[in-house]
Design a protein around this ligand. Structure first.
Ligand code: GL2
Length: 828
């Protein structure tokens, strides 16, 4: 029963109707109150971290108010909404973004200054939640920012990993990993909801029989039960709604080990408890590579089960019927990681809620939508039947049943046995396994790729048979990024300059940046533009000197490649380019080289041999180049350790050249490419992923293109590619590759980089040698362009002016129109 007194207090005293922001004095009062009453700190002992925490609590109050308000409005309107299921999120630091959303950055800075504190130092205290590997996790967080801003009734579900993506250190040129203790100092943004908790079952057996009503039914007698508890983090949109990121933490259920307690074996009981809690201990640090580990499947099922039970609870709470679930919710699957949801929803509807199969299947297929994020075969999730059946016996039966009905449909369409085997949810060749992408596709009403090219390749190749069967099911939503985080918050000087010229409407309508085109030729504006870039480069240089020990002249061209280390992304192609410049300088032929700092950052999966070797190679090249007196500071190479959102926010604003050089057909979209261009870097790139659309938007004369197209890549393969031919014919390339095994880079060790050398000469799966010359030629063009600063500034401005399409607001708008079919409700 609702408490009317509290409700009326809530709406009458301004909590509901009050203004969004705070005045300087209110911020100061609230901050001081949280410092002393919230944390119980005496002034003499308070640390910078205490001040950060107090500020976070002060701001969280306001953020929560927006959340409560939004939720009330969604409920009143009985709105149709989205549940976003993602195994990964990379929200980045919350405080700065929340200050922007409340439009109180300036007031907060002033309030802190009055008590002799510096906002930037306080912001720097925040440890970010590294609950994802890379682009996919960050995309989910950009989408939350946009969903909140646009007023999409939504909730985002995921896993509260106790240890996020590992911390990377570089020691003697090698990557070393240590655990990411992001919760060490506490987490002021989250609220635990012990009463929102669900049981999740694993293992055991199923038993079929006839229930009390005489119906056929199946019981799943699991042998393990774990509890998932909700931890909520409010995400505030810009001057708008608050939505919740609800992350599940695994705990032991209380009654769970009674028998052991009673038998007096306390330690055994505790051990069981610890085992339960292991489930959400750590994020698997593999980007785009399935390892097939049991714990990973457990994590996936665990969070899916809790999230679906919670979605159903929210649905029923509104007094709705379960067979209308699809009318009120779309459940968006962020890649195949949560795709077990298709079987779990069927289990919940059929076994627990006693819905008949056909009806349940109708609801299921109209509830889910699936986003595919990769075409890489090693990333397409498959689970061995054996492992799956041991962990989730009931789900295996359900998947068999879905498959058998689906294959019958195909037989009725007279499909060949071959084609049916290709489309089956079960792969029979080799170790029998479940194809999760097929399960997601069959169980969803829409399937989308993440860039125009990727969505086309998805339809033409990986899911071709399905696209022929259900052409309307397939669509594209090109990725987008939060321009508020990646420009307004992280590059305030450039944002202010932009706003001075075109006003501030671009904060909610990025297409408004188009207005900058009118100033692209304005020399005064160009100068201001490039001065800001220089200041940002100075700030990054300071960071680099501190964390990588390399001094960089900020007037050099900053040529940057930051992203996960992966062979398909071709960091080693960049290395070949650097070595080509080095050799030219050594031969006295370096006059057309513009002074350049090559900046790398990114993590390698701990078990990925080649990626780790590539990091060592970069460090070795850095040692050689940075110390050689003949180079005389004309080239600098640096690997900045521990790339994360926070570091990214420093790097993009300071970059001149953005390296997007993956082999065409491999990078589904890329989102770093958008963040660089939004901050005025020019792109050198292949026709891969969203590069294609970026080039279309900014104009081909403002983009440095090189390399094979996807079709040419395929043709090259068909024709029988022999990389050694390129080695033999291109003497410069030969000289560079020989350096890898000469010992020159490795104190005489000729073995260290042999695996890279041999891989390139014998297989070269990502066609570095084939694309090499085109890349080198393109770089010459770039170095020439850099020598014409006004030209460069003009291109830089035009890039920013044409980034409108790449806001995550546009992407979410596309999801709303093409997939979700719902009405936004903005908090007023
Ligand atoms: C990725 C793609 O590799 C990347 O190109 C894309 O931009 C993001 C977001 O759609 O998704 N797929 C994937 O598995 N990871 C990605 O970053 N980890």
């Amino acid at each position: 029963t609702p408490n009317k007194k509290i409700e009326s207090y809530f709406s009458s005293n301004g909590i509901v109707s009050g203004k969004l922001g705070l005045s300087k004095d209110e911020i100061k009062d609230s901050f001081l109150e949280k410092t002393f009453y919230g944390l119980g700190r005496i002034p003499a002992l308070a640390t910078q971290n205490d001040f950060y925490t107090a500020m976070a609590f002060a701001i969280r109050d306001r953020v929560l108010r927006q959340f409560v308000r939004s939720t009330q409005q969604f409920n009143e309107k009985d709105a149709r909404g989205v549940a976003y299921l993602s195994a990964e999120y990379l929200p980045g630091p919350h405080l700065g973004n929340n200050l922007l959303s409340l439009e109180i950055i300036k007031e907060t800075r002033e309030a802190l200054a009055e008590v002799n504190l510096d906002l930037d130092e306080i912001l720097d205290q925040e440890v970010e939640p590294g609950l994802g590997n890379g682009g996919l996790g960050r995309l989910a967080s950009c989408y939350m920012d946009a969903m909140a801003t646009l007023g999409i009734p939504s909730i985002a579900y995921g896993i509260r990993y106790e240890f996020g993506i590992f911390k990377q250190e570089i020691r003697d040129g090698w990557q070393e990993e240590s655990t990411d203790k992001w919760l060490h100092y506490g987490n002021p943004w989250e609220i635990v909801r012990p009463e929102i908790a669900y049981e999740v079952h694993f293992g055991g057996k199923t038993e079929s029989g006839i229930d009390e009503k005489g119906n056929y039914s199946v019981a799943w007698n699991a042998d393990t039960v774990i509890k998932g508890v909700a931890y909520d983090t409010p995400i505030l949109g810009y001057k708008s709604n608050g939505i919740i990121m609800r992350l599940w933490k695994a705990e032991a259920i209380e009654s769970f080990d009674f028998s052991i307690y009673n038998s007096g074996d306390y330690y055994k009981a505790v051990e069981k408890k610890m085992r339960s809690e292991n489930l959400t201990k750590v994020l698997y640090p593999n980007d785009e590579n399935l390892q097939g580990k049991e714990l990973r499947l457990k994590q996936q099922y665990f969070f899916v089960c809790c999230s679906l039970k919670d979605t159903i609870r929210l649905h029923l709470l509104q007094g709705r019927k379960l067979d209308q679930l699809h009318d009120k919710f779309t459940i968006q699957l962020n890649d195949t990681h949560p795709s077990i949801a298709v079987a779990e929803l069927m289990r919940l509807l059929v076994d627990e809620h006693k819905m008949e199969w056909e009806k349940a299947w109708h609801v299921t297929r109209h509830t889910f939508a699936y986003t595919n994020h990769t075409l890489l075969p090693e990333a397409l999730e498959k689970w061995s039947i054996d492992l799956f059946g041991r962990l989730l016996p009931r789900h295996l039966e359900i998947i068999y049943e879905i498959n058998s009905r689906f294959l019958n449909e195909l037989r009725e369409l007279q499909y060949s046995a071959n084609k049916i085997a290709r489309m089956s949810l079960i792969e029979e060749s080799g170790e029998p396994s479940i194809r999760m992408a097929h399960l997601a596709t069959v169980g969803s009403f829409k399937v989308n790729g993440v860039s125009a090219l990727h969505s086309r390749l998805l339809k033409e190749q990986v899911l071709n048979d399905f696209a022929e069967l259900w052409p309307d099911k397939f669509t594209n939503v090109t990725n987008g990024i939060s321009h508020r985080r990646f420009l307004v918050v992280s590059n305030p000087a450039l944002s202010d300059l932009i706003s001075e010229k075109i006003g501030r409407d671009w904060l909610t309508d990025l297409y408004k940046l188009k207005g900058l085109e009118a100033f692209a030729e304005d020399e005064d504006f160009q100068k201001k533009w490039m001065d800001i870039k220089l200041e940002n480069k100075k700030a990054l240089s300071k960071h680099i000197e501190e964390y990588a020990g390399v001094k960089i002249d900020p007037t050099m061209m900053f040529d940057v490649q930051v992203k996960r280390i992966h062979e398909y992304k071709r960091q080693h192609l960049k290395v070949l380019h650097i070595l080509s410049l080095y050799r030219r300088i050594k031969k006295g032929e370096g006059e057309r080289i513009s002074p350049t700092a090559f900046i790398f950052a990114g993590k390698a999966a701990p078990g990925y041999f080649m990626a780790k070797r590539i990091i060592k190679l970069i460090s070795s090249v850095a040692d050689l180049v940075n110390k050689d007196p003949d180079v005389n500071g004309k080239l600098k190479v640096v690997f900045i350790p521990n790339f994360n959102v926070k570091l990214a926010q420093r790097i993009y604003p300071a970059s001149d050249l953005s390296e997007q050089i993956s082999m065409a057909g491999k990078e589904a979209s890329g989102t770093g490419n958008m963040k660089f261009a939004l901050n005025g870097a020019l792109t050198v790139g292949t026709l891969d992923g969203a590069n294609v659309e970026i080039r279309d938007e900014v104009g081909k004369e403002n983009f440095f293109l090189f390399g094979l197209t996807t079709e040419e890549v395929q043709q090259t393969r068909q024709d029988g590619y022999r990389p050694s031919e390129y080695y033999e014919q291109n003497k410069e390339l030969q000289g560079i590759l020989d350096m890898l095994i000469s010992g020159e880079l490795s104190n005489g060790d000729t073995e260290l980089f042999k695996p890279i050398f041999e891989n390139l000469l014998q297989q070269d799966p990502y066609l570095l040698l084939k694309d090499y010359q085109s890349y080198i030629d393109c770089q010459e063009e770039i170095h020439e362009a850099w020598r014409k600063p006004k030209e460069w500034a003009r291109m830089s401005i035009l890039n920013v002016a044409n980034m409108g399409k790449f806001s995550s607001d546009r992407s979410i708008q596309d999801y709303v129109e093409k997939i979700w079919n719902l009405q936004p409700i903005k908090a007023d």
